[in-house]
Design a protein around this ligand. Structure first.
Ligand code: UDX
Ligand code: UDX
Length: 441
């Protein structure tokens, strides 16, 4: 199958490379010339485990190429996936200007049947708007009054990729959801995903769009639920890790996405929860449950900072070390990262903040003007009154904590991800605090 992917970011690039890997001919498009130059040089503009090797193999096999031209990609492909950003506007609505703009350009270059597939997370009804945009912008020769002489379809195929394990998630999906309005579109999409041998769920476009909204919001709700539980655990002396384990053993609940911590971040959950609330409001349904999910998540960062403040007494002029900046491990992505918000709150109180992240330092330098950037987790600890673990990078498990202890001024650790071995740390003289572990568990 000849496929184009418009938007070569975290979602588009992973999807493009993986579609090439399962045998298709893929052109990845981006309007950022730097990105295209980087990709053509055989380098990745993002960090995602396993992606570089697959990209190189498929470029070598001539199944994968890159261009800045939507026209070229449209002419050379039958199926075109849209993976451009849909960022939130100030009122929470998803901003669909990129989608509209890309749809317009595709229409202007169409010369045969095309299937245009939404991969970006978009509000229900976007499919209809894409269809209308294409109608409006098709070259005159394909229109006869209201009649369209060139056949095309629009479909929705939401992604469920988790950054950090996106390649694995693409290759081993729990399900592939395809929202279609014609048999032809259904067959094409089924054909594309056939090599994955995955469960395919076929729906109409609006339902596919809703599945994405509802799935991400449900997962966000699970996280806020366990974070609320964690707050009570802390107060009554229960251990949220045991509580999550006990809940998770019930198959109806499941253990995944019950990790309490400093709250969810990333490019999807915060934005998608906002967009789903707005979608509800616009359709006449207030969504108080989801509003509370969002409030609990925001509060979780403030609560964490309050715990640090209680321990250090005054935050002003204290030196605080931060391990981990990315919104989760195995990515360099800093979008809506809890660490950034927490650092901002601490700096507003007058703290001196020292930071280290294995992959996100370059991006962080552009955002955290006042922080001291250190080149290792050990360097962060120098002279600190307190250490905060905010992203659970595996390398933080293998640290020599005696060395860390000896470098610190006060030996206090707040583990915002319940990741470290608290008992061991206490044994060697740390004051260790997790989230929801009963203040001292
Ligand atoms: C994006 C959206 O944020 C998300 O809502 C959607 O589900 C999938 O696409 P992501 O891939 O993480 O997610 O975003 P990003 O890494 O910013 O990639 C988007 C790419 O599109 C960027 O490389 C950007 O340069 C490119 N782009 C943007 C275009 O090619 N054309 C445009 O008009 C706008
Ligand atoms: C998410 C969805 O999982 C994916 O299906 C969708 O396509 C895109 O959005 P992603 O944002 O890459 O993926 O990462 P995810 O692993 O879901 O984590 C999101 C945030 O939630 C991270 O900040 C993570 O630290 C946090 N999280 C996750 C928790 O705080 N607790 C948990 O139990 C799980």
């Amino acid at each position: 199958m000849k496929i184009a992917i418009i938007g070569s970011g975290y979602v588009g690039l992973v999807s493009g490379v993986c579609l090439a890997e399962i045998g298709h001919h893929v052109i990845c498009v981006d309007n950022n010339p730097d990105k295209i130059r980087t990709l053509k040089k055989g380098k990745l503009p993002i960090y995602e485990p396993g992606l570089l090797a697959l990209m190189k193999t498929n470029v070598a096999k001539k199944r994968l190429s890159f261009t800045g031209s939507i026209g070229e990609a449209t002419r050379k492909s039958q199926v075109i996936f849209l993976a451009v950003p849909t960022p939130p506007k100030t009122n929470g609505d998803a901003d669909l200007v990129y989608i509209e703009n890309v749809a317009r350009q595709i229409a202007q270059h169409m010369d045969s049947y095309k299937l245009i597939v939404e991969k970006s997370t978009v509000p229900a009804e976007t499919g209809k708007k894409i269809r209308r945009t294409i109608h409006l912008n098709l070259p005159k020769k394909y229109k006869n009054g209201n009649k369209i002489l060139l056949d095309f379809d629009v479909a929705s195929n939401p992604e469920f990729l988790k950054e950090g394990s996106a390649v694995h998630d693409f290759m081993n999906p729990d399900r592939v959801v395809i929202g279609v309005e014609s048999k032809k579109a259904e067959q094409l999409l089924k054909e594309i995903y056939k090599p994955l041998k995955a469960k395919v769920l076929v729906t109409n476009i609006a339902s596919a769009e809703m599945i994405k909204h509802a799935s991400n919001s449900f997962l966000a709700a699970k996280i806020s639920f366990i974070n609320a539980v964690a707050q009570i655990c802390d107060r009554v002396g229960a251990d949220v890790l045991k509580v999550a384990e006990g809940m998770g053993l019930d198959k109806r609940i499941g253990r995944q996405f019950l990790d309490a911590g400093v709250g969810y971040g990333g490019s999807c959950f915060p934005k998608d929860v906002d967009a789903f609330i707005r979608l509800g409001e616009k359709s006449g349904y207030d969504f108080p449950l989801l509003k509370e999910v969002r409030r609990i998540n925001n509060d979780q960062r403030h609560w964490f900072v309050r715990l640090v403040e209680e321990k250090l007494w005054n935050i002003k002029d204290k030196t605080i070390g931060v391990w981990g900046l990315a919104f989760k491990p195995n990515t360099d992505d800093l979008r809506s990262a809890a660490a950034l918000e927490i650092i901002e709150l601490l700096q507003a109180e007058g703290a001196r903040v020292r930071v280290y992240d294995p992959k996100a330092m370059e991006g962080a330098r552009k955002i955290l003007g006042k922080a001291v950037f250190c080149d290792s987790a050990y360097a962060v600890a120098e002279g600190c009154d307190c250490l905060l673990l905010l992203t659970e990078w595996p390398e933080f498990k293998d640290i020599d904590f005696v060395q860390v202890r000896d470098a610190m001024r006060q030996t206090v650790i707040f583990d915002g991800r319940n990741f470290l071995d608290g008992a061991h740390l206490r044994d060697i003289g740390f004051e260790y605090f997790g989230v929801g572990r009963g203040r001292g568990v």
